[in-house]
Design a protein around this ligand. Structure first.
Ligand code: AMP
Ligand code: MG
Length: 403
């Protein structure tokens, strides 16, 4: 059985980023940049006021308080045109251009308006205060975002502010999903007596979508070699094939042999992980094939650990690493077997420390434990029995990554 890290390494070693394509701004959300993004304009385009108040020439204010005539107004989107007479102020608002010849903005709270259209400047004034200089955020031509960056709301705002209308991104990976099993029916169908609802195909389609791929859902294959081989022979072009189920050693676990007879070169089968032992990886011609176990928790945990980084690699971003942090165990755990264990766990931050409570049911078919978890407790192979309070390692499920 291959250690978890070796399995990850071997999957990633056989994948490389897909070709780039240029997309309009409206399609860039969630995509990964294949080239740096450069600003097409300067932001702010001129010196802008950072506050509501009065723009003044600092040399007109030798002493405080000082009275200045109000010579006009500058508002966002419509600046004051023309020359400002010496000894006068311009009423100004946040985001408005600072009129030529003025160098300082006094906030409204430090002024008093007099009825004869004069403003009294009260309190100290620092030259240049409350002004956002032209180019303070970026200048035309600046490299704003690096290649490999995923475009989320923050990056999208920057691309928009820089008025970049076309962006070069990596192509989305097309990932074919093939569930196998005579027992499977789709959600909403009337299940027969021994049927099981296919929960994993829709779950993985969601996972692939959230991670920037495009899922291609294939019809369920029955548990026969010919059904599996027929599906594979009529496969539409894709960047990865993910199979679900039929991966273990039972008489009806025919996915590996079906793929083998269809020409797949096997890289590995079986990893030292619980849940997830029957994970398989190979290549069918140019197409990488990831064989996930059928048990729902195993399928989802291995998708999280292996399919996620694989999509990262295909979409051109650095593959995520499952970060581990230390926590205190809240109940005893018996010794671990020969496989690295990933336990569905509830983690809370209390008393200045993470506390980890593994769910009482860790069966690889029990989806409710996994759905309730916000972390995994990760135990190395052959870890000894431990008592409540012992230090353990947990992996917190990243809330920014919907899983
Ligand atoms: P297998 O790997 O085919 O032996 O499947 C192991 C277990 O997972 C069996 O109980 C299957 O019914 C179940 N299973 C397989 N595929 C799915 C699926 N797509 N959705 C839900 N359960 C599944
Ligand atoms: Mg099966």
């Amino acid at each position: 059985m291959l250690p978890v890290l070796d399995a990850r390494r071997r999957i990633l070693a056989s994948l490389s980023p897909l070709p780039a394509e240029t997309v309009p701004f409206g399609d860039v959300s969630g995509r990964v940049l294949a080239e740096p993004v450069h600003a097409t304009r300067t932001q702010p385009p001129a010196d802008f006021s950072a506050m509501d108040g009065y723009a003044v020439q600092s040399k007109d204010l030798p002493n405080s308080p000082e009275h200045l005539a109000i010579a006009g107004e500058s508002k966002a989107g419509q600046g004051f045109e023309g020359r400002v007479p010496p000894g006068s102020a311009i009423r100004i608002f946040t985001g408005a251009p600072v009129p030529i010849g003025l160098d300082t903005v006094v906030i409204q709270e430090n002024t008093k308006l007099h009825p004869d259209n004069h403003v009294e400047i009260c309190g100290p004034v620092t030259v240049g205060q409350n002004i956002r200089k032209a180019g303070m955020d970026f200048n035309q031509g600046d490299a704003l975002l690096e290649q490999g960056t995923t475009v989320g709301p923050r990056q999208l705002a920057l691309i928009a502010a820089a008025n970049v209308c076309k962006v070069c991104v990596y192509r989305r990976p097309r990932i074919a999903l093939l569930s196998t099993g005579d027992e499977l029916v789709n959600v909403g169908e009337v299940p027969g007596k021994d049927a099981i609802i296919d929960s994993i195909t829709p779950a993985l389609a969601c996972f692939i979508d959230q991670n920037g791929g495009v899922a291609q859902i294939l019809p369920h294959a029955r548990d026969t070699l010919s059904a599996i081989k027929d599906t594979i022979s009529s496969l539409a072009p894709c960047d990865m094939l993910v199979t679900i189920g039929g991966a273990s050693v039972g008489d009806y676990d025919l996915v590996r042999s079906g793929l083998g007879e269809s020409g797949m070169t096997l890289d590995f089968w079986k990893i030292a992980m619980r849940p997830g032992k029957p994970l398989m990886f190979g290549t069918l011609g140019e197409t990488p094939v990831l064989g996930l176990p059928g048990n729902p928790v195993s399928a989802l945990v291995t998708a999280y650990l292996f399919l996620g980084p694989a999509i990262d690699r295909l979409t051109g971003r650095p593959p995520r690493e499952p970060a581990l942090i230390e926590a205190s165990l809240t109940k005893p755990l018996s010794s671990n077997g020969p496989r690295e264990a990933w336990l569905s766990t509830n983690a809370t931050f209390t008393g200045g420390r993470w506390q980890a409570t593994p769910h009482p049911i860790q069966d690889s078919s029990v989806l409710s434990s996994l759905a309730a978890a916000n972390a995994f407790l990760v135990r190395p192979p052959y870890a000894p029995a431990i008592e409540s309070g012992a230090p353990v390692h947990i992996h917190l499920l990243d809330r920014s990554l919907i899983f």
